[in-house]
Design a protein around this ligand. Structure first.
Ligand code: MGD
Ligand code: MGD
Ligand code: MO
Length: 763
């Protein structure tokens, strides 16, 4: 069969043709429209049928014997018992009913944060949230692990965050108009492999190279040289982690000193620059935020910072700030500081210059694009108004009824009796996993739907096996991507796995709410409904989609995207009165009266530097190193860590950890050596790669390895979240602070056999 005729599937890492032989998936081949397909896809082939698949509904032994709340300390340690779907459905229905009647629906935590899989209908969060709304609601979560600090802070500065993220100035505009691109946190092409909801064409490599060919000078401000591909020939400023705000403030200070501030721009488009200048010059705290001051903090020469500031003042400059900068203590500040410096340069809203939220954080950041208003599965109404900032889950479970600050409000944690997860993996994504494990013992019941035995499934009471995207048909309709893909079911579901929709329909039926949940529609009916509603919505903005029959016959279609570059804040700058921002002043708020009036000491309302508790400037001695846990190049978060692609990248069965040559020599650590990485929160095993691209004092490891604790809580899989602190970015954003983490490293002598995935216990 010619390659083009093979059925298509779509994933967050791209579209693929699926090869099936003897009713098994044997390969995922590149989609012919994709010039830069991702190798991540192939990882699923080995995982389709391996022993990490959940094949049957399973219930934890003590829970099955003694009911809700039984021996919750044994979660993650105890065997499961296979039950029938009928039994599983009735356990779940009865338990949901017991909790909502006895404690109210707010006692159900259904945040269920996570990436699930691409495909508009079989999207696990859409399914679970609709279901939980049908049964009377649930406590939800708000914002993301990606950039929660920005999601709260930037609306105070610019009036919106997502809108500007989605209109990041496109690469073609940068290539044509910028002369200098200063990238804090680099431009990681590995991250551009991903976009939520599906990708037709990967564009990041081509975008970056367009800028390189146009001779844009690129500066990589990062503790990791490889945060920008070598072909970009970027200049590297090896900054200490968590100190970007200090460097940006020093750049601002230098612009003031050499009188290269665009005062007319500040006057017309911003408020609060006087407050910022006072801080930069040390009028309130007696400390001038000079390059010399920053050099001490950032570990970068003052002259280098000065030279960069001068270059920025004389060239057409784009400042990119990676999303990782927000996932650290005071993660609101780097964005506030970058916007402040860009405003001082006065090039915001012009072609190719200003600021950008993280080129290549995903495939769409820097693409020409238009938001495509596709329909999705209706969620209904959630009558429960309680919510938490997503990364405060362990705090909520450990401290019911206690108060905390969030975005200017004092809020109270609800008391949770039941946790229901579908399409996310908190034992991957949350910080300080040993703390999460203790918090996780609090609820009476934990229910998880997944297709494989993740650590979250393992730490649950009731585990319901779902299909993955190759075992069902769906439609890839991503509001951020021009390609629409008819995802064809390739193989039959493994074991007794069911679609999330069917699982939830079965439970709803038992609760007498089947009709409310399904509205009498099958999965096929819903997909037709979503597609036809989407056609209608698209036609309202002058775009069109082929008929569903044509789409399915062709496999894919492409929506016309804009034929001009995207330029962030262009309309505002062209006419700030007609296109006022949604801030109180209608302008860019370099100083926010609103945030200042909240009175939270850790977020004063303008770009401001404070050192985190854990960073290189605060280590007891130089045996402590700063751990960066970055997005993995070979998977999406924890997804497919069990597959062949990721397994192939492990060394001696362990997750590689990158160590600078000078630290390796100093600490007697060699390439290929097995090490234990540890701090007061726990320990993980990893295998050393000595890497000259890493700044001295810094370690780099991927996130996403499966949490696989031994009896002492030491993670054999190498999940860095065992080590990361579980503290909010600040009282404003309450985001995760995963990047603010100090650790020690020592050779691991024990000759124990390489770790097994915890999941294999469940065979
Ligand atoms: N230390 C550290 N921690 C981090 C980060 C970091 O940089 N450093 N990054 C953070 C960020 S930015 C994010 S977004 C989070 C991501 O965290 P998550 O989104 O929770 O991570 P995933 O591994 O993508 O989890 C998706 C889960 O959904 C399951 N799944 C896939 N398809 C289906 C389906 O159809 N149905 C159901 N029911 N399940 C399905 C997968 O098997 C997997 O278990 O991690 C955060 N954690
Ligand atoms: N392949 C792949 N791609 C992904 C994902 C994935 O799991 N796999 N996840 C996706 C998701 S959900 C998200 S949110 C995005 C996240 O996108 P990012 O947040 O941009 O991703 P990271 O890889 O964590 O960090 C990017 C770079 O920031 C640098 N860095 C870390 N801390 C600091 C610091 O304090 N200062 C400076 N200057 N640099 C620092 C690191 O060296 C790293 O190279 O990626 C998306 N893309
Ligand atoms: Mo993310």
């Amino acid at each position: 069969m010619p390659e083009q005729k093979l059925p298509l599937t779509s994933t967050h890492w791209g579209a693929y043709r699926v090869k099936v032989e003897d009713e098994r998936v044997t390969a995922l081949l590149p989609f012919e429209e994709d010039p830069d397909p991702s190798p991540i896809g192939q990882g699923i082939v080995s995982a389709m049928q391996d022993d990490t698949r959940i094949l049957h509904p399973m219930v934890r032994e003590s829970w099955l014997r003694d009911g809700p709340g039984a021996r919750t300390d044994l979660r993650g340690k105890e065997p499961f018992v296979q039950v029938s779907w009928k039994q599983a459905e009735s356990f779940v229905a009865a338990e949901l009913d017991r909790v909502r009647r006895g404690f109210g629906n707010q006692a159900i935590y259904g945040g269920s944060y996570g990436w699930a899989s691409a495909g508009r209908f079989h999207h696990a969060q859409s399914q679970i949230h609709r279901f939980l709304n049908c049964i009377g609601g649930y406590t939800k979560s708000v914002n993301t692990y990606s950039f929660a600090a920005a999601e709260v802070a930037v609306p105070h500065i610019l009036g919106d965050y997502r809108k500007f993220l989605n209109t990041t100035t496109s690469w073609d505009s940068v290539a044509e108009h910028a002369e200098l691109l200063v990238a804090f946190g680099g431009i990681p092409l590995k991250n551009g492999q991903i976009d939520n909801g599906g990708i037709g064409r990967h564009i990041q490599r081509a975008g970056l190279m367009e800028a390189v060919r146009a001779n844009v000078r690129i500066v990589n401000v990062s503790p990791d040289r490889s945060a920008i591909a070598p072909q970009a020939r970027a200049d590297w400023m090896a900054i200490r982690p968590c100190t970007d705000t200090a460097m940006l403030l020093a750049i601002g200070h230098e612009l003031l000193r050499i009188d290269r501030v665009d005062h007319a721009f500040l006057e017309r488009y911003t408020v609060g620059s006087d407050r910022v200048f006072a801080y930069l010059q040390g009028q309130d705290d007696g400390i001038a935020k000079s390059p010399e001051w920053a050099a001490e903090i950032c570990g970068v020469d003052a002259e280098e910072i000065r030279a960069l500031a001068r270059d920025m003042a004389t060239k057409r400059t784009m400042i990119s700030v990676s999303w990782s900068l927000t996932r650290q203590r005071f993660g609101e500040q780097p964005y506030w500081a970058a916007i402040s410096v860009a405003a001082m340069l006065g090039q915001i809203g012009q072609p190719g210059t200003g600021f950008a939220f993280g080129y290549s954080a995903t495939n769409g950041i820097g693409a020409r694009r238009q938001h495509l208003p596709y329909a999705s599965l209706p969620q209904g109404e959630n009558p429960v108004k309680d919510f938490i900032p997503v990364a405060r889950i362990a705090d909520m479970l450990l401290h019911p009824n206690e108060t905390y600050r969030f975005n200017g409000e004092t809020k109270q944690y609800p008391e949770i009796k039941l946790v229901y997860w579908a399409g996310g993996n908190p034992f991957h994504h949350h910080q300080d996993l040993n703390r999460l494990r203790r918090a996780w013992q609090r609820p009476d019941t934990i229910i998880t739907q997944d297709w494989c035995w993740t650590a979250t499934a393992n730490h649950s009471d009731i585990v319901l096996p779902c299909t993955n995207h190759l075992e069902r048909s769906d439609l890839a309709l991503s509001p951020r991507d021009a390609y629409v893909v008819a995802m064809e079911q390739a193989v039959a579901p493994a074991g007794e796995a069911r679609n999330d929709y069917d699982i939830l329909s079965g439970i709803a039926d038992r609760m007498g709410l089947g009709q409310a949940f399904t509205e009498g529609r099958s999965a096929e009916d819903w997909q037709r409904w979503i597609y036809h509603s989407s056609q209608q919505r698209l036609s309202e903005v002058g775009l069109s989609l082929p008929s569903l029959e044509t789409l399915r016959a062709q496999g894919w279609a492409k929506v016309e995207m804009p034929d001009k570059p995207t330029i962030m804040l262009q309309e505002f700058v062209a006419d700030p009165n007609a296109n006022a921002l949604k801030t109180p002043s209608g302008k860019i708020e370099l100083f926010s009266e609103t945030v200042s009036a909240f009175g939270d000491a850790d977020c004063p309302g303008y770009a401001w530097w404070r050192a985190p508790d854990e960073w290189l400037g605060n280590r007891k001695d130089d045996s402590w190193l700063h751990l960066l846990c970055v997005q993995p190049q070979n998977k999406l978060h924890s997804q497919l860590d069990q597959g062949s692609v990721c397994k192939g990248d492990k060394i001696r069965g362990l997750e590689p950890i990158q160590v600078s040559p000078s630290d390796a020599t100093r600490l007697d650590i060699e390439d290929g050596m097995r090490v234990e990485v540890h701090n007061s929160r726990g320990a993980i095993l990893a295998c050393v790669v000595v890497n000259p691209d890493i700044r001295a004092g810094v370690l780099r490891i991927n996130t996403g390895a499966w949490f696989d604790p031994d009896a002492n809580g030491r993670c054999l899989g190498g999940n860095p979240n065992v080590l990361t602190p579980d503290v909010g970015t600040s009282a404003l954003g309450q985001g995760p602070s995963a990047h603010s983490c100090l650790v020690q490293i020592r050779p691991f002598q024990d000759d124990a056999t390489p770790p097994l995935a915890l999941s294999t216990q469940q065979k």
